[in-house]
Design a protein around this ligand. Structure first.
Ligand SMILES: Cc1ncc(COP(=O)(O)O)c(C=O)c1O
Length: 429
């Protein structure tokens, strides 16, 4: 039995983002395992409907991962060699990799100079100079769960396209008549903009349900479909499902569960991918979604406690969590220590590790990684992202933590900061 008292928790290691698997999740997975149907089927369909209702999108399509779904979407939009996709340099590699997989070109945008309002997100003003006739998709990222103002971006993008034109190279692109706003919402399930949950403002918003995310299905993802008319969200959902299953016109459930004569027969309309969600994953997701408002409230109280603990400490820049229009999903709690060099940041992380506290860095800007450096992306073109990276530490925030754990982390960060500062002074002397 776990002892809830502070003194017993004091020496217990605090992991970075262990998954929260309750007995209801185990029961739901067991139910599906015993049901005789374990791949995409009724659980996935139910999870899609519940997600659509939760985030206010007309339809949601689930898949095996964010990466699988983002790939399907870029293929549906016809993104390929010669096309450009604008995305931040300050993100996880997946955002750029899906573009490279299509032979298209990721155009990397630096962060703005430190601004409280935007947190670690890029702004529309930073995207604007990069728009060109080759731009097919804009893929901003809600870093840490802090939402970009997606509805403003749609307005700006529509106005820009009216003024500058848009060269559509297929039917889907002509239907939209402008570049696609594909939101990397991997971190921002449950974040809100203007009172609406993320998922109804960008054309398409893709969530990740990877093991460390706020809501997890071990691996998994979902796309919320909010394309303007004349798109039919039901047709687009069907297309994404088909493209995520080899382009097969029927999935296994439709073949085996319908009972109709010749139900086994199907066509392959295009050589699609294989990135469908299983009913085992969906069963996990449904339990977590039913609990999600409560989970968000827990995360919020932990983040509030961090805010309070660091209040008035001039060494730290705290994450953006709410303003007049936005509320974060508190996926990460990324602090920045602007007086610290990268080495000092690393020394503090090691100090915290020594105290049993796991931390992380979000993110290494893409030009730091060989795959993108080898493709000509230079760190010196991304000074703000490099500056943010070098002094950033993501502190643990998850459902196994108590308020006392947060207090312990705050105290350790402050002590560790003083220790690293003193060490630096010593080495100078
Ligand atoms: C910002 C961002 N985008 C995309 C992904 C990829 O998600 P997935 O692992 O579900 O493919 C991640 C995963 O960590 C992420 O952090």
């Amino acid at each position: 039995m776990e002892d809830a008292s502070f003194s017993n928790k004091e020496s217990k290691p605090i992991g970075f983002a262990p998954p929260f698997i309750d007995e209801d999740t185990i029961a739901a997975v067991s139910r599906v395992l015993r049901s005789g149907w374990i791949t995409t089927g009724p659980e996935t369909a139910a999870f899609e409907n519940e997600l659509a209702q939760y985030c206010g999108a007309e339809r949601v399509a689930c898949g095996a991962s964010w990466t699988g779904l983002a790939g399907v979407i870029l293929d549906w939009f016809g993104v390929g060699p010669g096309d450009e996709v604008i995305l931040p340099s300050y993100t996880y590699c997946a955002t750029a990799n899906v573009v490279l997989h299509r032979g298209a070109t990721p155009v990397l945008v630096d962060l703005p100079e430190p601004s409280n309002q935007d947190g670690l997100n890029i702004r529309w003003a930073d995207v604007l100079p990069h728009l060109s006739p080759r731009t097919k998709v804009i893929m901003p990222v809600d870093i840490g769960g802090w939402p970009i103002p997606a509805s403003d971006w749609i307005t700006e993008l529509t106005a820009w396209s009216k003024e500058n034109g848009f060269q559509a190279s297929n039917g889907v692109q002509s239907q939209l008549g402008r570049p696609l706003l594909l939101l990397d919402a991997a971190h921002s399930l449950g974040a809100a903009l203007d009172g609406a949950i993320v998922g109804s403002q960008a054309d398409l918003s893709v969530f990740s349900f990877h093991a460390v995310k706020n809501l997890t299905t071990a691996e998994g993802g979902a796309v919320a479909i909010a394309l303007p008319a004349p798109f039919d969200a039901h047709d687009v959902h069907q297309t994404f499902r088909t493209l995520g299953l080899h382009g097969q016109s029927k999935d296994a459930a439709a073949k085996f569960q319908s009972g109709a004569k010749d139900a086994w027969r199907y066509d392959v309309t295009t050589p699609g991918f294989k990135c469908n969600m299983t009913d085992i994953q969906a069963a996990m997701g449904r339990v977590a979604l039913a609990r999600y408002s409560q989970d968000l409230a827990t995360r919020r109280s932990l983040a509030d406690r961090y805010d309070g603990g660091f209040d008035a400490w001039t060494e730290v820049i705290l994450p953006e969590r709410s303003d007049a229009r936005r509320v974060s999903s508190d996926h990460l709690y990324p602090i920045r220590l602007p007086r610290f060099s990268e080495d000092q940041r690393n020394a503090l992380m090691a100090w915290l590790q020594g105290k049993g506290i796991a931390t992380n860095v979000h993110f290494q800007p893409l030009p730091m990684l060989s795959a993108y450096a080898d493709r000509g992306h230079k760190q010196e073109d991304h000074p703000a992202a490099m500056g943010a990276y070098s002094c950033e530490i993501s502190l643990p925030i998850h459902l196994h933590m108590s308020i006392q754990d947060v207090d312990r982390v705050v105290q350790a960060v402050r002590e560790g900061h003083a220790h690293v500062m003193a060490q630096t002074e010593d080495s100078k002397a």
